[in-house]
Design a protein around this ligand. Structure first.
Ligand SMILES: [Zn+2]
Length: 329
């Protein structure tokens, strides 16, 4: 046994662990998700993408040989994906039908639409006839609640009712049963996730990060809008790679009591991984220590109410990007 241990230690010295990480990197390809809301509607720059930007972005992705997939394709076979991008559109605004959809159609591209059922048919939103047309074309239509609520603030009964009602309305009007879910505003909690797991096979946030199935009920997507709509943004969002393993503590995305301590574990040598924290007031600096494969962060100040974003990156034959978002009440 002792001899085995000595051999093991010696072989680790000869073949440093980082070499095995590097071989993992080589067969990775980027598979990422973009979120859009409104198209060519300059009343809301933070959720809008101009037609010119959208055409330029699609053109870039096509020219660079990205394969367009729906979220269902991505989720069903994450290991089979090879340089893919999933376009997702939240909320089903009229402007998608008017400006975004024709671009997809012209290029024979599919996408995933997250629908809040209460708003269907009201001004600014798609109606059922239009939604049926999208479905017939091949748009993957999925669930985004009934009322587009702040879910962590709802009771468990209210959350369950949101899901049951929206699933029924979608079934009654489109004849389909969604199996994917997107949290309105990207706001989730462990309690909300507990209910979502009963009805859906995966759920999506609204925080930046490479696509990964490590946390299937809080998957990152890159928001694209007028301010974050440059080709550089599309380029970085489509090329980043996901860490093979990732976890964060605390792991409830709804933070009831503000916290300054975080533990991240990528199950690899963490020395070249750096994490950045930011909230409404800007970036929050902190002290980083490492312990085996873990990264421990102690922030210099408490995060303020609202969103706390965590982004961790590593550059190693490509950029690896892990993203997480907390919602502080
Ligand atoms: Zn939404």
């Amino acid at each position: 046994m002792l001899r085995f241990l000595i051999l093991l230690i010696f072989s680790n010295l000869l073949f440093p662990v980082s070499i095995s990480y590097a071989t993992e990197v080589i067969d990775k390809t980027p598979n990422n998700i973009l979120i859009y809301h409104r198209f060519n509607d300059n009343r809301f720059p933070s959720t809008n993408t101009t037609l010119e930007q959208f055409e330029e972005q699609i053109d870039y992705l096509m020219t660079n040989d990205y394969k367009f997939v729906t979220l269902n394709q991505l989720v069903n076979d994450p290991d089979m994906m090879d340089k893919s991008v999933a376009i997702t559109i939240d909320d089903a605004y009229q402007s998608f039908y008017q400006f975004g959809f024709p671009v997809l159609k012209k290029n024979n591209i599919s996408a995933t639409l997250f629908l809040s059922t209460e708003s269907v048919g009201s001004s600014d939103f798609l109606n059922w006839t239009q939604l049926r047309e999208l479905l017939n074309y091949g748009i993957d239509i999925q669930n985004h609640t009934h009322t587009h609520s702040h879910m962590p603030l709802q009771t468990l009964v209210e959350i369950e009712n949101e899901i049951l009602l929206s699933q029924k309305i979608i079934m009654d009007n489109l004849g389909i049963k969604p199996d994917l879910f997107a949290y309105p505003y990207g706001e989730a909690s462990s309690a909300v996730q507990g209910i979502i797991k009963k009805y859906f096979k995966a759920a999506f946030g609204q925080h930046s990060g490479a696509f990964s199935f490590n946390d299937p009920y809080y998957i990152a997507r890159f928001p694209i809008n007028e301010n974050y709509g440059s080709l550089e943004r599309i380029k970085s969002s489509s090329t980043v790679l996901s860490f093979k393993h990732s976890s964060i503590m605390p792991n409830d995305p709804f933070m009831k009591i503000p916290q300054k301590r975080f533990v991240l574990d990528f199950q690899e040598n963490p020395s070249s991984i750096n994490c950045y924290f930011s909230d409404f007031q800007g970036s929050i600096l902190g002290t980083k220590t490492t312990m085996n494969t873990k990264l421990l962060y102690e922030l210099d100040r408490m995060p303020v109410p609202g969103r706390l974003r965590v982004n961790c990156t590593k550059i190693d034959q490509g950029t690896f990007w892990y993203g997480y978002q907390y919602y502080l009440n």
